[in-house]
Design a protein around this ligand. Structure first.
Ligand SMILES: [Zn+2]
Ligand SMILES: [Zn+2]
Length: 333
């Protein structure tokens, strides 16, 4: 077997092992940490594999910055990979979420004002003018989890920290008791070993090597610091921004100083049909929601790049356009 084949087989085997861990996650103590560790091995193997087969620089999605083989949606200045189009289409208003999951009308809206309001910092819950927008992932994270916010409030990394504190507390009690009760020495030894083990794990997780994989774009997260962690759900900051840039027509009209109702009117006249087909604009309940790029693409075409000679490979052009657009856009919202 060649080195290339061997590395590929190794990636497959590691992914299989990860699947096994995920299947057993409810029985396995510290499952998220084990998933984190195996992700580190998968990431290393994938990087080695890419170096071996020398994947050339590919076109990158202008939202999640991950390489894409074939972009699914192209605007004048932006590319959207399939993952990001899906992320955008998963944003909905509260009544759509209620209808889709046969919930009592008003349930999600009420939760947005109370139980899950704190998730605004993650972008999974967002107020767009008067309307709440929610992300589909909440169905599994919150509604299928019995509307419990417990595991949303503390990440598995926080839980590890809490566990260390508990162990340290037990150790302190044993130390205060002195050596009189039988078995104390063994307990102290065991507690010290556990504390060392957890401290080592925490150091690995927080040590700047981040084999976190975003649940939305499926990309390895390169940014420094911990990503958004909600149970087994991980969100990178690029995908967070993608979700934040999905807005109601009314918010867009306010932001861009449009006459109220202009977008709805243009939609009814069929002017924005192509964006609907692309999956960047859609009706959710009784309102229209869209990614902000639609507006820039349709209403502000003067921001487009000037056409460039076709001698330059299209992939390079697309990549430069995406980079330029990202630079222009940084701090836009
Ligand atoms: Zn993407
Ligand atoms: Zn992502």
């Amino acid at each position: 077997m060649s080195i290339i084949d061997g590395t590929y087989q190794q990636i497959l085997a590691l992914n299989q092992k990860k699947e096994d861990i995920i299947t057993l996650k409810d029985e396995l103590p510290d499952a998220p940490y084990h998933i984190f560790s195996i992700n580190a091995m998968i990431r290393d193997a994938e990087m080695r594999y890419e170096r071996l087969i020398k994947i050339p620089n590919k076109v990158k999605c202008s939202q999640c910055d991950q390489s894409i083989e074939e972009h699914s949606v192209r605007l004048n200045n932006e590319l959207f990979c399939n993952h990001c189009v899906r992320t955008i289409s998963q944003v909905m208003n509260t009544s759509e979420m209620e209808e889709r999951n046969s919930m009592k009308a008003g349930t999600v809206k009420q939760d947005c004002n109370n139980a899950i309001k704190f998730l605004q910092k993650t972008s999974l819950v967002r107020k767009s003018n008067k309307c709440w927008l929610v992300h589909e992932s909440l169905i599994e994270l919150f509604y299928h989890a019995g509307r419990s916010r417990r595991h949303l409030e503390t990440s598995w990394v926080d839980e590890m920290e809490n566990h260390i504190k508990q162990l340290q507390n037990q150790l302190r009690i044993f130390n205060e008791l002195g050596s009189s009760p039988t078995g104390t020495t063994l307990q102290v030894f065991s507690l010290n070993a556990q504390i060392n083990d957890y401290e080592h794990r925490l150091k690995t997780v927080q040590g700047g090597i981040h084999p976190f994989r975003c649940s939305q774009c499926n990309g390895w997260i390169r940014a420094v610091g911990l990503p958004i962690l909600l149970g087994h759900f991980t969100l990178c900051h690029n995908c967070k921004t993608t979700i934040e840039r999905v807005m109601t027509a009314s918010e867009i009209e306010t932001r861009f100083n449009f006459v109220p109702g202009r977008i709805r009117k243009d939609i009814h006249r069929g002017l924005l049909d192509k964006y609907q087909e692309m999956g960047l604009l859609r009706q959710s309940g009784s309102i229209w929601i869209m990614h902000v790029s639609v507006i820039k693409d349709y209403y502000f075409p003067e921001k487009q790049e000037t056409p460039v000679s076709i001698d330059i490979p299209p992939s390079l052009l697309a990549r430069s356009a995406a980079i330029l657009q990202r630079k222009q856009d940084s701090g836009y919202i």
